[in-house]
Design a protein around this ligand. Structure first.
Ligand code: ADP
Ligand code: CP
Length: 317
């Protein structure tokens, strides 16, 4: 059934970890609130494509199967490409269901489409020599070092919040199912796609093949927004604004910055690698690829106000 697109802007929304949950049960509850904010935008005529993170989820899927395989000798390993696709599937299912239920409750005649996507990455990407993407659960330094000794995996401290396993996070080159996502959005569907940045794949003479890595969802969302020519890229996280001197006595919230200002702050080391830095870099990539566009970083709760220009940090060319 063709749906009527909204008369508002087209927006790619990248949902952060706080919009999801650390267990399927917890997430099923959290996404009801997430869906409310998304349907608020749809009700205001905004045409949305929703992507989401998967760091905790993909790590836990891969790790759980690895643990079972090591202990029962029967359970198969679940490599990162497959674990990434599984995370897109279940997170997308829960988000779509919550959005559909909220649309029905409000009598809005729209529907969702959950598209599991692949993202082409380059085998020459230097990210394969320097794992930076945190996945799985947080743990203490002692637990991380013991796990590293047991498994040979790499662990790093994550933005002052504890230690996590880290894997390669290559730059997204192309979203394989882009045309399907665009056609569904143009047909008026609320599309959930590119979750976890998409399943990373190499494009070879014989076709696509999965790669054991996790792409940054903000960077893939930026690629999607630029390729769409979306009016906005909206990155929703756990803070209302990006700060300089973050978590210091002289912390300063930023309401806006140009690409040049953002690059200056990056040079100053103002944004933590593995957390806020990739978000700001994603916004720069989007507005440089599509200078008419506007990028916004804010919290889920402030999304509507941010779209109205009342809060959040706006990044422009
Ligand atoms: N300069 C900064 N300004 C604001 N937040 C920052 C900054 N540096 C690090 N952060 C932290 O980065 C977090 C967002 O990164 P992360 O939690 O990895 O993203 P996600 O919401 O996609 O899961 C914020 O919640 C905040 O704790
Ligand atoms: N893939 C990805 O960027 O997930 P997180 O947002 O959870 O790090």
């Amino acid at each position: 059934m063709p749906y009527q697109k909204g008369d508002g802007p087209s927006v790619v929304i990248a949902l952060g970890g706080n919009a999801l949950g650390n267990t399927p049960q917890e997430q099923l509850e959290l996404v009801k609130n997430t869906a409310k904010h998304i349907v608020d935008m749809v009700g205001d005529g905004v045409n949305v494509v929703v992507s989401h993170g998967n760091g905790p989820q993909v790590g836990m899927i891969n790790n759980a199967f690895a643990y079972a395989a090591a202990n029962d000798g029967k359970t198969p390993e679940m490599p990162f490409p497959e674990a990434g696709a599984m995370s897109q599937g279940y997170i997308g299912y829960q988000l779509s269901q919550a959005i559909l239920n909220d649309l029905k409750a409000r009598g809005i005649m729209r529907s969702t489409a959950n598209v599991i996507t692949q993202t082409v990455v380059s085998p020459d990407d230097p990210a394969f020599q320097n794992p930076t993407k945190p996945v799985g659960a947080f743990m203490t330094e002692e637990e991380a070092k013991a796990k590293a000794a047991e498994t040979g995996w790499t662990f790093k401290e994550d933005a002052g919040r504890g230690w996590r396993q880290v894997v390669a996070s290559p730059k997204p080159q192309r979203i394989v199912e882009f045309d399907a996502v665009k056609d569904l959005m143009d047909a008026g569907y609320i599309v959930v796609s590119t979750g976890g940045g998409g399943v990373p794949v190499f494009e070879t003479e014989d076709g696509y093949e999965g790669v054991p890595a996790v792409i940054d969802k903000d960077r893939s969302s930026a690629k999607l927004a630029a390729d769409f020519g979306a009016d906005m890229l909206v990155i929703l996280t756990a803070v209302e604004k990006v700060c300089i001197n973050f978590n210091k006595p002289d912390q300063q919230e930023l309401s806006s910055m140009t690409v040049a200002e953002a690059r200056k702050y990056i040079e100053e080391g103002q944004f933590a690698p593995g957390s806020m830095l990739p978000k700001v870099e994603a916004c720069i990539e989007y507005v440089e690829a599509y200078p008419q566009g506007k990028a916004l970083i804010t919290s889920l709760e402030c999304a509507a106000a941010g779209l109205e220009g009342k809060t959040g940090t706006v990044i422009t060319a």
